[in-house]
Design a protein around this ligand. Structure first.
Ligand SMILES: [Fe+2]
Ligand SMILES: [Fe+2]
Length: 470
């Protein structure tokens, strides 16, 4: 006998099956994004949200199964199953849609940023690119030079996304530059005496969080950058070791970040790398669009991990969002290849968002100090290849540590809420300073790296000298 399936039955089965499929697809997409797995592992409150979203998808099929087995409350259970099926479709779609929508929004126009690019610059000076977006298609010219603005880089055609490369610069020079008829700017290039002089800090956490205004204080970054861009202080670069924004998905956080950083890009080339807060959730497209847009060259790396060569100084910038979870085989192989290509007499500096050695406390059941996997999997590589200095943020304090020949600096101090006094002091710690905003001022010379940890106004907090790790 042929069984006829009614429309109502088909709709019922369709709804019950759609809930776990939709939920599964949304969760699969979210977990395929940079940093989501780390968010789940490290943040209990987000873990609960993901589990609740996942549960929404399986309640309906579970109730439908029970309804088949239990005859007495059969009808009520089927109604409940349908209600949960609808919730199991709408809930995950709304959750995933929030992060999808947020990251599809981009600023039509952004202020010009002078960014440092991946690769080896001629004459020991890293290559740069002036990056900005305009609402209309425009054709721009970058004028630059030493005594006068005699050189120029003109865009070949009108466009809305602008990348003007500034390459093959001379060492020991103060360059002037101007975009079209804009303000006159200038920056200094490395010299024989100071092979590279850079400032570095991280975790400005600009903009707001998911539900509250938990963003960092932009005045800290402004104060630090005011010191760094003072021509008398002769910095060649400023690096941000991640967490530039507090949450990467809303575009308005990036607007705040770009407006905070841009006035200073006039006087010093910048290079922010991506931290876990920049990446979450679906924030990477914003990071890439504004801070490493397509069109900027990547001769030795990628747009998320790259190598900056300033003559004998080699800076390797890794994508290490929450910890070793980002250090997958491809990046690890790239890192080893870079390490093997650097001459042993040269200086090797590694920058990454999450830390290898650090003092810290327990949050959400996890130890935010000397993270075991980083110590086991990353530290041996840094030691093997005799890395001289590793700079990280992620923990919001200032610290200097040394272990097996490698020096480590923690500078998560660019404006995000400062962490509490550490409950665990790392055995590698040499000097630890909690509850202090500031940055690291590093000068690489031929036989030493001078480190000056400074507060947000540039006053020295502590100083160290690093000899070559050999
Ligand atoms: Fe942070
Ligand atoms: Fe972080």
């Amino acid at each position: 006998m042929k069984t006829q399936i009614s429309f109502r039955q088909a709709l019922y089965v369709g709804l019950i099956l759609a809930a776990p499929i939709v939920t599964g697809l949304v969760l699969w997409w979210l977990f395929s994004l940079d940093g989501t797995l780390g968010l789940y592992q490290w943040m209990p409150e987000f873990r609960s949200i993901f589990i609740a979203v996942g549960a929404l998808g399986v309640i309906a099929p579970f109730l439908a199964l029970v309804a088949r087995l239990v005859t007495r409350a059969h009808r009520a259970l089927r109604v409940l199953a349908v209600a949960f099926a609808i919730l199991g479709i709408i809930g995950p779609l709304a959750f995933g849609g929030y992060f999808l929508r947020a990251s599809l929004e981009f600023s039509a126009s952004t202020p010009p940023l002078l960014l440092i690019a991946d690769g080896a610059g001629a004459n020991g000076v890293p290559n740069l690119a002036l990056v900005f977006r305009t609402e209309q298609e425009t054709q721009n010219t970058l004028y630059y030079g030493v005594e006068s603005l005699g050189e120029k880089i003109a865009e070949a055609r009108a466009t809305r996304e602008h990348v003007l490369p500034l390459k093959d610069l001379k060492p020991g020079t103060r360059y002037q530059w101007r975009l079209n008829d804009g303000a006159l700017c200038s920056f200094a290039t490395p010299s024989n005496d100071a092979l590279y002089h850079f400032g570095v800090s991280g975790d400005s956490h600009l903009g707001a969080g998911l539900s509250a205004s938990t963003g960092g204080d932009p005045n800290v970054a402004r104060s630090v950058l005011e010191y760094v861009t003072n021509p008398g202080n002769q910095f060649h670069a400023f690096f941000v070791v991640g967490d530039t924004v507090n949450l990467g998905s809303p575009n308005e956080n990036w607007t705040i970040a770009l407006e905070t950083l841009a006035p200073f890009a006039c006087g010093v080339p910048l290079r922010p790398l991506m931290g876990n807060h920049d990446a979450m959730i679906n924030g990477a497209p914003h990071y890439l669009a504004y801070l490493y847009p397509e069109g900027m060259e990547t001769p030795s790396g990628t747009r998320l991990y790259y190598r900056i060569d300033a003559g004998r100084v080699h800076i390797i910038m890794l994508k290490m969002l929450w910890g070793v979870g980002s250090f997958y085989a491809e990046q690890r192989a790239w890192f080893v290849k870079q390490m093997e290509s650097i001459p042993s007499d040269d200086w090797t500096i590694v920058m990454m968002h999450s830390m290898v050695y650090s003092s810290g406390s327990v949050f959400g059941g996890y130890a935010w100090y000397d993270p075991v996997e980083m110590v086991q999997q990353v530290a041996p590589l840094l030691e093997k290849y005799k890395v001289d200095l590793v700079v990280s943020g992620h923990n919001h304090h200032i610290e200097f540590l040394q272990k097996n020949g490698v020096s480590y600096a923690i500078v998560g101090a660019l404006g995000g809420a400062l962490g509490p006094e550490a409950s665990h002091k790392s055995p590698a710690s040499v000097w630890y300073l909690p509850k202090q905003y500031g940055f690291l001022d590093a000068t690489v010379r031929s036989d030493t790296i001078e480190l000056h940890f400074r507060d947000l106004n540039g006053s020295e907090l502590e100083a160290f000298n690093i000899a070559k790790n050999q």
